[in-house]
Write a protein that binds this ligand. Structure first.
Ligand SMILES: [Zn+2]
Length: 434
């Protein structure tokens, strides 16, 4: 017999909630039907046509503030011609469930749902309200999802803790045991638009004031610089924990000097791994460039957009000033199209301790550490309101499978869904003291 978690995920993955356009109301209908069958009241919120979110509450005794189980319904686009299976088929093959969103984050959405249903099915009375919340629009910045909910229904989403995406387990990174990361922080995002102007003219008579050439030269000065490595307190602790498994980090354990850590990481090629470097630096990625419309015409305007990610503690204004200094051309106008600082939650809370210890009860030989998410998630909006958020996903996957997130042939194993359900139920029961 197919496990409920596997069956539900396969059905959920068949629902196309590619954002844009989103169509999250289809996912809301999926959850609404299940909640209705279980006799649980729910509420839907429509930010724009088709852009819905859904919540349901299991009332608690009020001994503690609420727990929100947060997940997003939307997924990033998938090109069917690149996949080996139809990305919206929910196909189950060789022990894996395939589909866009299997890892990010419909699989976790199902684990959260089943943990929520468990409380109802067993007739448990939690010590705090337990809120299931599936939202729209995470992949495009949350304007029609969490931002809409917190701007218009803030009173319904007051909580002591939010459990969200951002955590995961890796089976093949440490030489001797699995590694679980529980995200307590995430990097800030700063989008920067560059506009350069110059003189138009005929391509046969270059005059040296070509907007595109000036922009390219400025960008090459900027991109040639290497951002310095910064060992933030969270990352210092992260590598201290990893040093128990990684022999090459042992020197760092004596003394704990940042220089010793940087040297060990450099010597072992760790900084060449983009995901590792992202934990240690503010990063800049040049992702858009627009200029010109005819090959023999010198363009008078050229534009570029940079995706800048900030470490905890980094100040967007300082980073922008540094970018200006490296572009070193007054004709290049630098505008920020919105910046958020990195966000962080304390790991010294009872809730974090519970989450970590449940991981270790179910995976006794694993290492579980607080980690920094280098991407962005909806957690940042709740953290801004002072609510601690933790990225928690007790699934154990390979680095190769992690690369399928936003990539091709995204999948999760049946085994992970089954065990993940068990662990999630346990986490929720312990957070709710039932
Ligand atoms: Zn996600």
């Amino acid at each position: 017999m197919t496990h409920e978690a596997v069956e539900l995920l396969s059905r959920y993955l068949k629902i196309d909630t590619t954002n844009p356009p989103g169509n999250e109301d289809r996912g809301v209908a999926f959850f609404a039907e299940i909640l209705e069958k279980e006799g649980i009241a729910y509420k839907t919120y429509e930010a724009a046509p088709g852009r819905s979110s859904i919540s349901a509450v299991m009332p608690g005794t009020g001994e503690k503030g609420a727990v929100i189980l947060l997940n997003h319904i939307d997924v990033v686009p998938a090109r069917a011609d690149e996949w080996r299976v139809d990305p919206f088929s929910g196909e189950i093959k060789d022990g894996f469930i395939y589909g866009r969103g299997a890892l990010d984050m419909k699989g976790q959405g199902i684990l959260e749902l089943l943990a929520f249903l468990e409380v109802k099915r067993k007739g448990l009375i939690p010590c705090r309200d337990l809120i299931f919340l599936a939202v729209a629009d995470e992949e495009a910045g949350g304007k029609n999802g969490v931002q809409f909910l917190l701007n218009n229904h803030a009173d319904e989403f007051q909580a002591d803790v939010v459990i969200n995406e951002g955590g995961f387990g890796l089976s093949n990174v440490l030489p001797d045991r699995p590694l679980f990361m529980i995200a307590t922080a995430e990097k800030g995002v700063c989008r920067i638009k560059l506009t350069c102007s110059g003189l138009p003219g005929h391509g046969s008579a270059p005059h040296g004031d070509n907007a595109l050439e000036k922009l390219v030269q400025g960008l090459s000065r900027l991109l040639a610089k290497d951002n310095p490595i910064v060992i933030t307190p969270l990352i210092a602790e992260y590598f201290k924990q990893l040093a128990s498994s990684w022999e090459f980090l042992k020197p760092y354990l004596q003394g704990g000097q940042p220089e010793t850590l940087i040297e060990a990481l450099t010597r072992n090629g760790m900084l060449d791994i983009p995901q590792m470097a992202a934990l240690l630096k503010n990063t800049i990625s040049l992702n858009l460039l627009h200029a010109g419309n005819k090959v023999n015409v010198i363009p008078s305007v050229a534009e570029a957009e940079l995706d800048v990610r900030l470490l905890p503690g980094a100040d967007p204004d300082t980073v922008i000033a540094d970018i200006k200094a490296h572009l070193a051309d007054e004709d290049i106008k630098v505008e920020s199209a919105g910046a958020t600082r990195a966000s962080e939650s304390s790991m010294d809370t009872e809730d974090f301790t519970i989450i970590k210890s449940v991981h270790l009860e179910h995976f006794p030989n694993a290492l579980a550490v607080a980690s920094l998410l280098f991407g962005a998630s909806d957690s940042r909006f709740f953290r801004k309101k002072g609510i601690p958020c933790y990225g928690v996903c007790p699934m154990l996957i390979s680095l190769e499978d992690l690369g399928r997130v936003h990539g091709i042939d995204e999948r999760i194993s049946e085994e992970n869904m089954i065990k993940g359900t068990e662990v999630y139920i346990d986490i929720v029961r312990k957070l709710c003291k039932v």
